[in-house]
Design a protein around this ligand. Structure first.
Ligand SMILES: C[S@@+](CC[C@H](N)C(=O)[O-])C[C@H]1O[C@@H](n2cnc3c(N)ncnc32)[C@H](O)[C@@H]1O
Length: 147
């Protein structure tokens, strides 16, 4: 899908699951790297970064802190499927699947994500944020880095 949307772009996908390695082998403009996105900053700068990982609040926060510095000025950071962060059953199921070396409680807590948004919005108020805007939709957050 991303290859079709952005045929002239280089698309890099990060996944912890080794089985994803060859999923896009037929798409020359897609490169899949096997890495934990919450702690693996990538060497290049990106125009768009899309978090479509575990959807656990703590992972979203860690991923944001890991990858935000690699977003180009004027670029977009997008967080998908925010509804998962308020779905307790999803959180319990996801914690069972993504056995990463982190405190389970902290990972599931939506307050960690709300604090990130709160910190960014306060910094925006003070004119001290690197963000130009944060737009929220029901399932989606789009954050633009200042050009
Ligand atoms: C909702 S699926 C999305 C799959 C694919 N990106 C897509 O758009 O079709 C979530 C994917 O995130 C991966 N994932 C979960 N936690 C991750 C992490 N910390 N780092 C990298 N990948 C992760 C899972 O292995 C799974 O393939």
């Amino acid at each position: 899908m991303w290859s079709a949307f952005f045929p002239t772009a280089k698309v890099v996908g990060l996944d912890v699951n080794e089985e994803c390695k060859d999923v896009c082998a037929d798409n020359p403009n897609i490169e899949i790297r096997i890495a934990d996105a919450t702690r693996a900053p990538q060497p290049e700068l990106f125009d768009i970064i899309l978090d479509e990982g575990s959807h656990l609040s703590g992972h979203i926060v860690q991923s944001y802190k890991t990858h935000w510095p690699r977003l180009k000025p004027g670029g977009f950071y997008i967080i998908e499927d925010l509804a998962c962060t308020r779905d307790r059953d999803y959180g319990i199921a996801a914690l069972a699947v993504y056995r990463l070396p982190v405190t389970k409680t902290r990972m599931a807590l939506r307050s960690t994500l709300m604090k990130l948004f709160d910190d960014e919005l306060r910094a925006l108020d003070r004119g001290q944020s690197e963000c130009e805007f944060c737009h929220f939709y029901q399932e989606l957050c789009i954050i633009r880095k200042r050009a």
